[in-house]
Design a protein around this ligand. Structure first.
Ligand SMILES: Nc1ncnc2c1ncn2[C@@H]1O[C@H](COP(=O)(O)OP(=O)(O)OP(=O)(O)O)[C@@H](O)[C@H]1O
Ligand SMILES: [Mg+2]
Length: 365
């Protein structure tokens, strides 16, 4: 794949390509969320709807048995077949160094190629609100140096993208004033938006999905009196499959014992105890760390924003009933009624919101 591209309107001596005389197609809008665990692409499906693809953010390389060429495998297949050398290059949320940036670049190319994302596209990608210039620059490089996004490449904050699908007015919500709280795997991010402008951003690595996975693993060990040790992937799966504030059911699982035989056990409390603490910690951060800062910086915006729904974004908002739980506890803590909402599929919402923005930007591209 060469670096040079023939842009519409450029004069070209060798006029043998039919593309030079045909009207160029409109660029395809594409929303991208590159996350530490999963990556989501959102593209129009051709029938007026938007299609999303979700894949694990990991990659493994192997040598082609016939040609000796290095081949790239990504996502669940890579994690399953090459557990010994699969690399999660965004583990900390951003490509931290050159090596991870390079890996992330290969991953992104592989994902966009296998999903047939056209080069003639308008790409909007979601970025975390973290104070990490080199990491953010590396992320920008990953998207900008890929083959897609010929028409344009732009980034928007992840929690802004993820909040748009939570409102009924879709893209028009970008002009609202509201508080967004992003519940991610490596960070908790809080800020206000005023017509798309980000105000008083606060982030902490102390209240996170990953931390809850660690806690679930510890609690499972306690609950089973030390008989069961689960790894963090299993803990994450327990959380994603079973955590539920509306309708939790204890569940059983079986572990194979090293010397043969198996042990069946039931989990009553470990998962819900961990996510229950998580909600308390989120509410504490919002009420005692972020909101005072916002009130201090922008008193009027603070008042306006609390009259609007607080939007939860990020994968942890997928837990059924979590938004209602945050609403109850935050209202109690603040001693006033606040409404708390989330998109239908918070894990897909950032990519979907980015796609909405891309649709608009593509019109002018
Ligand atoms: N259905 C689900 N139920 C519960 N938790 C979920 C679900 N789906 C995803 N999560 C959790 O959400 C977190 C990932 O959220 P998200 O994709 O927003 O993170 P990220 O953008 O990669 O992380 P960060 O922004 O912190 O770097 C993980 O902890 C994951 O286990
Ligand atoms: Mg995130």
């Amino acid at each position: 794949m060469g670096e040079s591209r023939i842009r519409p309107g450029m004069s070209d001596e060798e006029d043998d390509s039919p593309a030079a005389i045909e009207e160029p197609d409109d660029p395809t809008p594409v929303g991208v969320k590159l996350g530490s665990t999963r990556t989501v692409l959102a593209t129009p499906d051709g029938d007026g709807d938007v299609e999303t693809t979700r894949t694990l953010t990991c990659l493994a390389t192997y040598e082609d048995a016939l040609t000796g060429e290095e081949k790239v495998l990504y996502g669940a297949e890579a994690a399953m077949e090459y557990p010994d050398r699969v690399q999660f290059m965004l583990r900390s949320g951003l490509p931290e160094d050159d090596e991870n940036a390079e890996l992330a670049g290969r991953f992104f190319r592989a994902v966009t190629e296998s999903n047939d994302v056209p080069e003639n596209s308008a790409v909007v990608y979601a970025v975390p609100t973290i104070d990490n210039e080199p990491g953010l620059e590396n992320l920008a490089g990953v998207v900008e140096e890929s083959d897609v996004g010929e028409a344009l490449v732009r980034s928007y904050p992840e929690s802004l993208c993820g909040a748009l699908p939570a409102f009924e007015d879709g893209l028009a919500a970008i002009d609202r004033i509201f508080v967004a709280v992003n519940l991610g795997s490596t960070n908790l991010e809080m800020c206000a938006y005023r017509r798309g402008e980000q105000l008083s951003p606060v982030a902490t690595g102390g209240v996170t999905g990953n931390e809850i996975d660690r806690r679930i693993a510890n609690y499972v060990e306690e609950e089973t009196q030390g008989r069961v040790n689960i790894d963090l992937t299993t803990a994450r799966e327990y959380k994603e499959e079973h955590a539920d504030f509306e309708d939790y059911d204890p569940f059983t699982d079986v572990i194979q014992q090293p010397g043969g035989g198996s042990h069946e056990f039931t989990i009553e409390d470990s998962v819900m105890d961990a996510v229950d603490e998580y909600v308390d910690e989120v509410v504490d951060e919002v009420a005692n760390s972020f909101l005072p800062e916002l009130a201090n910086d922008y008193m009027k915006v603070y008042q306006l924003a609390l009259d609007e729904p607080v939007v939860l974004t990020g994968g942890m908002a997928c837990i059924p009933g979590l938004a209602a739980e945050v609403e109850t506890r935050l209202s109690e803590t603040l001693q006033r009624d606040v409404e708390v909402v989330a998109a239908d599929r918070p894990d897909l919402a950032a990519a979907r919101g980015a796609e909405l923005i891309a649709e608009r930007l593509a019109e002018d591209a």
